[in-house]
Design a protein around this ligand. Structure first.
Ligand code: DGY
Length: 419
């Protein structure tokens, strides 16, 4: 018999061990700072046992917001030599040291979840956070909206670092000046589960380019080698913007501009539909070429409130290929790799968002199948960063905050009893 209470307890302990006072790190060693979308998902888990602390996670995240509205993907609160590239490499010259890129903007969505649990104190927090989130969404509209949705300028922005979608666009990145450097990730995790050396050279080249251009978005737009419209960014921003509209209504703010953003984004993101793959896929912002690769982000359309029966068939077909789901790349694809990060493994955070969207759009049975498979993975393999879709083996970092948080907020029967 599964002891769910014990698992709830373990999940809470993991988050508490990763708690650094006012923010939570994803996992000790591999990711020792505050990551943007990790924090939003982690707050969702913390909210199950400590609402005040959950709100604080967002307050700390937005304390790193740039003048131009961007909310960075990493906030380097305290130097940690176990991580590379650290603050000196990014050299963003911000008051609070940070990276120079962003991450999927899911804050408004999980702030709404907190507010729904906590209207008494939540209103004050929402009033403070609302203008900051608006500025972040406006930053996306000003600097990243392209013909086919929201573009990422670095694979790390998408959160799906080595996804197959980036392979072709990354060939434009010149690595001749990268020089030597010491990776730290492979001292924490098996190299077969991490991006390759070639990937890393390209990641660094893009960081150096941004840094050498003072992280100026207009230069990055005009001259950056990598600019790809991403389903993760596009769908999460649509969703977050709808949730922000809802929050605006709760606190008596105007909604017209927010609705306009949702409409513009939805129009653009419809261009991510790749007819022959029967799925939404990434698309190069420079020449419009489709990535020609399905990922788990392809199925975030329901999370954005967009139902699509053809995409539903694709999802079911891919889920039937492996015992566990949803893989980050279909097992039938030549480029699939069951253990390598975003090229096959299952991510419970993506399952959470995919299933949340499916359930909201009237596909409760499929959502429940995904939840059940996520439960099986965690019972079998613990709160790992990701999981092998064929045998369910845990992979990447262990004791991961957002996996524990998704357990507490969505997978666990305790979460379901609460509705
Ligand atoms: C890393 O260092 O692997 C991160 O994913 C960057 O955000």
């Amino acid at each position: 018999m599964t002891d769910y209470q014990q698992l709830d307890q373990q999940a809470k302990q993991i988050i508490q061990q990763n708690d650094r006072g006012t923010y939570t790190i994803p996992t000790a060693g591999l990711y020792p700072y505050q990551w943007n979308w990790d924090s939003a998902l982690t707050a969702f888990g913390i909210a199950q046992y400590d609402l005040k602390r959950a709100w604080q996670e967002f307050e700390t995240l937005f304390s790193g917001q740039w003048e131009n509205g961007m909310v960075p993907h990493i906030l380097f609160h305290q130097q940690d030599d176990g991580y590379f590239p650290g603050p000196d490499v990014w050299d963003t010259k911000q008051k609070l040291a940070s990276s120079g890129i962003t991450q999927p903007p899911i804050a408004a969505t999980f702030i709404r979840k907190l507010y729904e649990k906590d209207q008494a104190f939540g209103t004050e927090y929402v009033k403070k956070l609302f203008p900051k989130i608006c500025r972040w969404h406006e930053w996306f509209m000003a600097h990243r909206l392209e013909k086919y949705g929201i573009a990422v300028t670095h694979p790390w922005e998408s959160g799906r670092d080595n996804a197959v979608e980036w392979d072709q666009p990354l060939t434009r990145v010149d690595i001749s000046q990268v020089g030597t450097y010491q990776r730290r990730d492979t001292s924490h995790v098996d190299a077969d589960m991490r991006p390759t050396k070639l990937d890393y050279d390209r990641y660094l080249s893009l960081v150096y380019f941004g840094r050498d251009n003072q992280w100026d978005e207009s230069v990055i737009r005009a001259q950056g080698a990598f600019r790809v419209c991403d389903p993760t960014m596009s769908f999460t921003l649509i969703r977050a913007n709808k949730d922000l509209t809802w929050l605006a209504e709760q606190i008596g703010e105007k909604t017209e501009r927010l609705q306009q953003i949702t409409d513009e984004l939805s129009d653009a993101a419809s261009g991510l539909w790749q007819e022959d793959l029967k799925s939404y896929t990434a698309r190069d912002a420079k020449d419009g070429a489709f990535a020609n690769a399905i990922s788990n982000a392809s199925f975030l359309n329901w999370f954005a409130g967009i139902d699509n029966p053809v995409a539903l068939e694709s999802l079911q077909k891919i889920m039937a290929e492996t015992p566990y789901a949803v893989p980050s790349h279909p097992a039938s694809a030549e480029t699939y790799d069951a253990n390598r990060y975003w090229r096959g493994p299952i991510w419970v955070i993506m399952n959470t968002m995919i299933a949340m969207g499916l359930a909201e759009q009237g596909h409760a049975d499929l959502a429940e199948t995904i939840r059940q498979k996520s439960e099986d993975l965690i019972i079998k393999g613990g709160f790992a960063e990701y999981f092998n879709p064929e045998n369910g083996a845990p992979a990447g970092g262990g004791n991961f905050s957002w996996t524990a948080a998704c357990w507490l907020g969505w997978v666990s029967p305790t979460a379901r009893q609460e509705g």
